[in-house]
Design a protein around this ligand. Structure first.
Ligand code: LIP
Length: 310
């Protein structure tokens, strides 16, 4: 296992890399704002799952910097996987990267975009950096070293008690799978989550959708959102933020509809995160209330020899 000094070194590297990648995203946004073209969207396999030239350029930049600095480390990235490159997930240090989480926001010049850089060692997420360059908010954490906003503000910022799902602000997303068998269940879930108690709803305070799993989870780490649930996003969306939420006192478990309090499998495509609370029992109570209404949704991945495929 890595020492805290090693984790700190990886964390500092990831922070500096995220800042440089963030500058690329800011430059591309400036260019975008002075252009009337939308041709920089490069893939329309699924019209609700966008990829831009900037996603590809930022990932290439991050991957090259990582491989020249840590040649023995492994790399899993959203765009590398999209190109069909398979990576086996092993105990070796593995950087898991989303160059732009919130690509749909980026395409619309909406500021909720983030570069997400996570590191696993022994398959456990141990370092996470989520940088939102258009808002200049940098969330960072390493196992045992705490979670911070902009490197100085200790997280969570909000420490009020967590009482009941009816008192909660819940982050969730439409996601890119709009097939009726998936989408209808998500809509039904939102109806039950927000609906009045006399209509068998949980009557939660409201929902929020930032368009980025990483940013949603950072709002959990901050404490300004109580619960995050999403099915269908990927390990690169959450690998960094899992560390940030945990170091901020939150929990991240499976977002499947079965009760399971074991640490989340980041490759499972189903995520439930609860913010820091007065005690773990209060977090478990909210998770139980969520499991009562979370639908069973299939979010498969195709296994391939020696690796996996999104
Ligand atoms: C996005 C996720 C978001 C999800 C979107 C998409 P991308 O990642 O962070 O939570 O709802 O469908 O997957 O594609 O912007 O990196």
């Amino acid at each position: 296992m890595s020492s805290q000094a090693e984790l700190k070194q990886y964390l500092e590297f990831a922070i500096s890399l995220a800042k440089d990648a963030g500058q690329m995203i800011r430059d591309a946004t400036q260019k975008r704002l002075s252009s009337t073209s939308s041709q920089f969207v490069v893939k329309y396999d699924n019209p609700t799952d966008l990829v831009t030239e900037t996603d590809q350029a930022v990932e290439k930049f991050i991957k090259e910097r990582l491989s020249s600095t840590f040649p023995e480390h492994k790399f899993i990235g959203e765009e590398t996987m999209a190109e069909g490159v398979q990576s086996e997930f092993t105990d070796a240090p593995t950087w898991i990267v989303d160059p732009i989480d919130g690509t749909t926001n980026f395409v619309h010049s909406h500021p909720y975009v983030a570069v997400s850089i996570g590191l696993t060692i022994g398959k456990e997420p141990v370092v996470g950096v989520v940088y939102c360059p258009l808002m200049d908010e940098l969330y960072s954490a390493a196992k045992g070293l705490g979670a911070y906003l902009n490197e100085t503000i200790s997280l969570p910022m909000v420490r009020s008690p967590l009482e009941d799902l009816s008192q909660c602000l819940v982050a969730t997303e439409a996601g890119s799978d709009r097939t009726p068998e998936v989408f209808d269940k998500k809509i039904d879930f939102i109806r039950t989550l927000l609906g009045q108690k006399q209509c068998h709803g949980k009557q939660a305070h409201s929902i929020r959708c930032t368009g980025s799993a990483a940013i949603n989870m950072c709002t959990i780490a901050k404490g300004v959102v109580d619960v995050y649930w999403e099915v269908g996003c990927w390990e690169w969306d959450v690998a960094a933020a899992v560390v940030i939420v945990r170091e901020a006192g939150g929990i991240v478990v499976s977002g499947d509809n079965k009760r399971d309090l074991s640490p989340v499998n980041i490759f499972g495509r189903k995520y439930l995160a609860i913010r820091a609370a007065q005690d773990q029992q209060s977090q478990i109570k909210i998770a139980e209330q969520m499991w009562e209404i979370i639908p069973e949704i299939n979010a498969p991945r195709k296994p391939v020899p020696g690796g996996f495929e999104p």
